[in-house]
Design a protein around this ligand. Sequence first.
Ligand code: AHM
Ligand code: MG
Length: 334
Amino acid sequence: MNKVNLGLPIGTPLDRFINKKQEEFPYATGELSQLLRDIGLAGKIINQEVNKSGLLDITGEYGNKNVQGEEQQKLDVIANIRFTRSLRNGGQVCAIISEEDEEIIHLNPHCRYVVAMDPLDGSSNIDVNVSIGTIFSIYRRVSPVGGPVQEEDVLQKGTNQVAAGYILYGSSTMMVYTTGHGVHGFTLEPSLGEFMLSKADMKYPEGGNIYSINEGSWHSFDEGTKQYVNDCKEKGLTARYIGSLVADYHRNMLKGGIYIYPATKKAPNGKLRLLYECNALAFIAEQAGGAATDGRQRVLEIEPTAFHQRSPFYIGSKEMVEHAMGFTKSSVLE
Ligand code: AHM
Ligand code: MG
């Protein structure tokens, strides 16, 4: 049963909220709570860096390509270092899989939690003052605590997530997370340096009239996706696409809409990464009453086979995602 504690008022600091939530579970050890606090801290540190971009020499390309062959931005690299350091110092995590590192980052083998993360998503928007985000997913390891972390600890289905969330560096900075008991949002109060509860138990509104997809790739979409997008146009829906997944997702969750990154001829498995982009948002979407599929099946049930595996992604208001599936379910790339 979902135990959503709505008794805590708007303005409750994140730390206090996490502590109170933990009290609802008598067998909780406090490790997950500590890990969520460490992530909040990492978010505040990255927020500081993001806010200084333009003043310090931290914008632009780093001069290296990541495992996906994409040009790393300096802030991608900085965020990866800050996040990893915060989780190492926090002492609750045995391993991290990050968009910026090819292999598993091994931390303390005596810890129970594995984190999958995209430390700074929306790279193309970093240098132009447009919203960007951090995405994280938390799993309990399946191999025995104390031993070396195994591939199977990282390659878990999204349904195994114990928590997931994102930090949105937007017009204000927000941390949104779920532990499977509702979705809660916290806004960073800059003068206090605290995340404060601003939206408790977030839910998609009924229906929705926004669709978000990069239509510049139209000619390489599959027929089903083209038909669905045409259907959106015929219905006079509103097109909104920032090109930062977290920001596009967040807006659509608040206002009602669908975000799509389909398989394309250039990227036959889509562009977004299952472990540290799709699964986290899919977990949040379902907790908020929405849905997420790869066009054929529920994202959370995809069995991962590689750390940096990609997946087509259709996420948003439940009715819209289900309607889109009607077009995409048996559609193939020409
Ligand atoms: P990144 O992880 O390299 O930043 O790429 C992911 C981003 C998403 O935030 C965004 O939705 C998508 O890529 C935009 O891609 P495109 O420019 O192809 O529309
Ligand atoms: Mg990314």
